[in-house]
Design a protein around this ligand. Structure first.
Ligand SMILES: NC(=O)c1ccc[n+]([C@@H]2O[C@H](COP(=O)([O-])OP(=O)(O)OC[C@H]3O[C@@H](n4cnc5c(N)ncnc54)[C@H](OP(=O)(O)O)[C@@H]3O)[C@@H](O)[C@H]2O)c1
Length: 284
């Protein structure tokens, strides 16, 4: 069963292959969503400073009845923080908001602040933020560190100067958006990819070609989408606060054929319309 499966990060830390995304779950609803997910068997919870629900995630983790060490909790340093001292303070802020004594994985949310996504040069700021993550890692506050939305040159910037290499890159990966070269580059650098928005924020629910493929496997569109990202070798992070959706999203013990994987991989990119330059926020 997928909920019991893990990947090993480059530092040996085990990360569950399927996680619960929590973006757009209100802080007040998040603790219950985490408890529901844990009861169903989820052990990997993904949040971010920017989601405004670290408090709820922490409450869910502390009240779900499991030992802290049985859960994998990720959060992300706000994309706007590009200085060492600010990053150190924000890491402590996450620990405090979560009410936990350590975080399993902390990522730099984006190489650029959201207001300048894929814009200016933040190379130095990212190295400074990274240095803070390395210190938090060294201090035992964070068990693994990584990045998100980093392209090849953004990764090279860190790899060229770090003392701890990024263990994860969390990226937009779904049928219709499979960044093959970047996935290959991450694999070469021993950076595990986490697929965010595996259902394209819900947009793939309406996709006729994907529905046709899902129908042939007798699975739902979300199940096909999640299985696709898992078969790419990524962690899959579907978001839902609905326990029925959580349950069915974890029933993905089927195999997509090589032919269908190739079709899904080659599927034309979704048209993100006005959000083309910034697909992170599209569909919302
Ligand atoms: N690093 C980044 O920059 C970044 C950016 C975006 C997202 N993320 C992470 O990735 C997670 C997932 O991405 P996302 O929230 O954008 O989108 P997603 O997981 O691709 O799609 C979520 C949508 O799919 C629906 N859904 C999920 N399971 C379903 C099911 N079984 N049946 C029907 N509908 C279903 C949800 O509706 P219901 O809620 O009604 O189930 C929701 O509308 C986020 O929550 C966050 O943790 C990271």
């Amino acid at each position: 069963m997928i909920l019991n499966e893990t990947y090993a990060l480059s530092n040996g830390v085990q990360i569950p292959k399927l996680g619960l995304g929590t973006w757009f779950i209100d802080d007040g609803d998040t603790a219950q969503a985490v408890r529901d997910a844990v009861e169903i068997g989820y052990r990997n919870i993904d949040t971010a400073q920017a989601y405004g629900n670290e408090r709820g995630v922490g409450e869910g983790v502390r009240t779900c009845g499991l030992d802290r060490d049985d859960l994998f909790v990720s959060t992300k340093l706000a994309a706007e923080i590009k200085d060492h001292d600010g990053a150190l303070a924000a890491i402590d802020g996450s620990l405090s908001a979560l009410g936990l004594d350590h975080i399993d994985l902390m990522l730099i949310h984006s190489p650029q602040p959201w207001a300048d996504f894929r814009g200016g040069d933040y190379a130095e700021g990212n190295r400074e933020a990274w240095r803070a993550l390395e210190e938090a890692h060294q201090a035992g506050k964070v068990r693994a560190i990584g990045v998100s939305n980093f392209l090849e040159h953004d990764l090279d910037n860190i790899l060229g100067s770090c003392t701890v290499a990024p263990q994860v890159n969390q990226l937009l990966v779904h049928a219709g958006n499979t960044p093959g070269d970047l996935l290959a580059y991450c694999a070469d650098e021993n950076v595990l990819v986490e697929a965010y928005s595996p259902i394209a924020h819900g947009a793939l629910l309406q996709h006729p070609e994907i529905a046709e493929i899902a129908g042939r496997y007798d699975v739902s569109v979300p199940q096909l989408c999640i299985r696709y990202t898992l078969q790419l070798g990524t962690v899959s992070l579907p978001k839902t606060a609905n326990p029925e959706h959580m349950r069915s999203n974890a029933e993905v013990d089927f195999t997509i054929s090589a032919l269908d994987m190739a079709t899904l991989r080659g599927m034309q990119a979704l048209d993100y319309g006005e959000h083309r330059a910034f697909p992170v926020y599209s569909g919302k």
